[in-house]
Design a binder for this molecule. Sequence first.
Ligand SMILES: [Zn+2]
Length: 128
Amino acid sequence: MTANVALWIGTSAAIAALLALWAIVRHLQGKACEVPATSALWSGRSYACPDCGTAMEAGWVMLGKGAIWSSRDKRPPGTFAHIGSAMPNTISMSLRPAANMAWRCPSCRLLLIDHSKLVKPAGRGRTA
Ligand SMILES: [Zn+2]
């Protein structure tokens, strides 16, 4: 194999990988539900810790690669679980990333995540 052929194959593979990544990003953007931050989002959303019963603390969580779920009777997500298998609304591709509403119990270290939607960060000086 000449160096030119190897270079061509390498370049083609890199372009194919970029196209695949772009397709995944577009797919996620199309499916994501991002809403503006408003205080109304929090109304009626108080939860007791399912373990100790204490009121959970409300806040935000950002999941990075997204939440990749597998049921208990299946194997846990492995090394090759990729961004495309993230649960709906658990990953934000926005420049100012949107986050998930979440509740936590600091003593039990349990986290409850609402992934029915992502919430865009509020503008300067505004809080939700
Ligand atoms: Zn608790």
